[in-house]
Ligand binder design. Sequence first.
Ligand SMILES: Cc1cc2nc3c(=O)[nH]c(=O)nc-3n(C[C@H](O)[C@H](O)[C@H](O)COP(=O)(O)OP(=O)(O)OC[C@H]3O[C@@H](n4cnc5c(N)ncnc54)[C@H](O)[C@@H]3O)c2cc1C
Length: 239
Amino acid sequence: MQTSEVNLQNLVPGTEIGILDNGFVILDDWMADDLSVVNSARVSFNRMSSTIEEKDDGLIRFLMREKHGTPFEANAFRFIIKVPIFVMREWIRHRIGSFNEWSGRYSQLDPEFYIPDYVRAPVEGSKPGQYFFESIDDGIAEVFRRDLEINSSQAYQAYEAALAKGIAKEQARLFLPVNIYTKFFWTVNARSLMNFLSLRNSPQAMWEIREAAKAVELFFAAAMPITYDAFCSNDRRAP
Ligand SMILES: Cc1cc2nc3c(=O)[nH]c(=O)nc-3n(C[C@H](O)[C@H](O)[C@H](O)COP(=O)(O)OP(=O)(O)OC[C@H]3O[C@@H](n4cnc5c(N)ncnc54)[C@H](O)[C@@H]3O)c2cc1C
């Protein structure tokens, strides 16, 4: 799906957004809407609503601003994500959520490797320790991509050769580099999702995880538009 087409009207389980060269973010299913936030807050007064009303917008913004976080936990998003292993390694640091990953112990990994279009160099900023990135010279990028392709292909050949000799998958994979793709399920509530977005769809985040976080953000915005707007108005700080 094109990113501009992601909205609540056409969101169906299994909607996919392509990222990087071979990756994706799929919204496998979700149990999440703005009403769940409102009802989780109002249960304190033994009250429930069946539809969102105009005044609920203010309540959601109040909860966000004042860091009343638990009403934003009464929901769940389940994503299927395909990213290179070096991206998942950052993703899995987000402990509040559940992960299940494709196992390289039990099945043979596919020969799919991330070869970046955007090759970058660090540039020092004005403050000590501060730096940002900019695209590197085209010629250097081209050689880097070519070497990476050769390295990925040779590594996969060594992996297959080890498997052919009867070596266990869990050891044969030691040949494989961190740009090989992996897949995983990620189940997460909106509060933790907002924490993820504030950290990973940010200029400080690694470019590749940021691309994935942008796709996650589109799904979140479509499913919980008032909550999303309140999050953005709150300087993208999770409650
Ligand atoms: C730009 C960037 C650079 C980074 N660089 C490094 C690095 O160099 N090295 C490195 O190791 N990591 C690094 N990280 C990872 C970072 O330290 C966090 O582990 C990661 O972002 C997950 O954030 P989190 O703990 O808020 O998320 P989650 O684990 O999902 O936790 C969500 C929230 O729950 C609460 N929480 C969860 N667990 C605990 C706990 N045990 N005790 C108290 N409160 C808890 C906290 O409020 C936390 O914010 C980096 C992250 C970013 C975004």
